[in-house]
Design a protein. Structure first.
Length: 239
């Protein structure tokens, strides 16, 4: 975490650099732009302005086993000398609800995409940029509203565990850069989500299955010209 005293006067206590490494990856201008684009900029001066809440939600993903206040403490560690008032967990939760998901979606769409160059190892195969589809399941909070869409696993006599969300991602081979992502109930299955991801392919891309996402997941798709759908891994498939 770093702290630049010279920025404080012009942009406030949460100036660039004050919120740690995330501000070095996603600069304030970009975060402010997506907040403006999605109409979520705060209407009055707040302890938790929109840009700070966006960084906080990103930090929650980095420190998934920590509670709200611990994540906040990590995020503002560079500002300890200022003895800032720490927001309560409930205040952070309210701020998160106020901002909502749209700025995070817009931010993802702004920064996702292929980054490999022709010289990057493992990215291109026979002149095509190689990408892969993989999927995982995530637990989501067990509330009535969420459980209405994301169901729990069930046996013959009972349901158990937390509601489950299926996340599928389109990843650039060689760099692991995220090109696209879709999520939904676990019941959506690989095939439904894979078809949605294939629509995000650009010309000149070739999509390969991972062991968890078989070529059958992509059967029946109609790629646009210049795009190649998944094929079963052969001896000369990209690794």
């Amino acid at each position: 975490m770093c702290h630049h005293q010279e920025d404080r006067g012009s942009q406030g206590v949460y100036a660039p650099g004050h919120l740690g490494e995330l501000t070095q990856v996603l600069d304030f201008d970009l975060v402010d732009a997506v907040a403006e684009e999605t109409g979520t900029v705060q209407r009055r001066t707040r302890l938790l302005p929109t840009r700070v809440v966006i960084y906080f939600v990103l930090a929650l993903a980095l420190f998934e086993h920590c509670g709200y206040r611990r994540v906040w403490a990590k995020m503002v560690a560079g500002l300890r000398v200022l003895a800032l008032a720490a927001p309560t967990a409930s205040a952070l939760a309210r701020a998160r609800r106020r901002v909502g998901p749209m700025p995070l979606k817009a931010l993802f769409e702004a920064v996702s995409g292929a980054v490999g160059r022709p010289s990057t190892p493992g990215v291109f195969w026979r002149g095509l940029r190689t990408v892969a589809i993989d999927a995982t399941s995530l637990h989501v909070p067990d509330t009535a509203k969420i459980a209405a869409r994301y169901v729990k696993r069930a046996g013959e006599r009972l349901t158990f565990g937390y509601p489950l969300l299926r996340l599928s991602v389109l990843v650039e081979c060689g760099t692991r850069a995220i090109v696209g992502a879709v999520f939904g109930p676990e019941a959506d299955g690989e095939t439904t989500q894979a078809k949605g991801l294939l629509r995000q392919l650009h010309a000149g891309c070739s999509c390969w299955p991972t062991p968890a996402t078989t070529a059958g997941s992509c059967s029946g798709t109609s790629p646009a010209p210049g795009r190649h759908t998944c094929a079963g891994p052969g001896p000369d498939a990209p690794r």
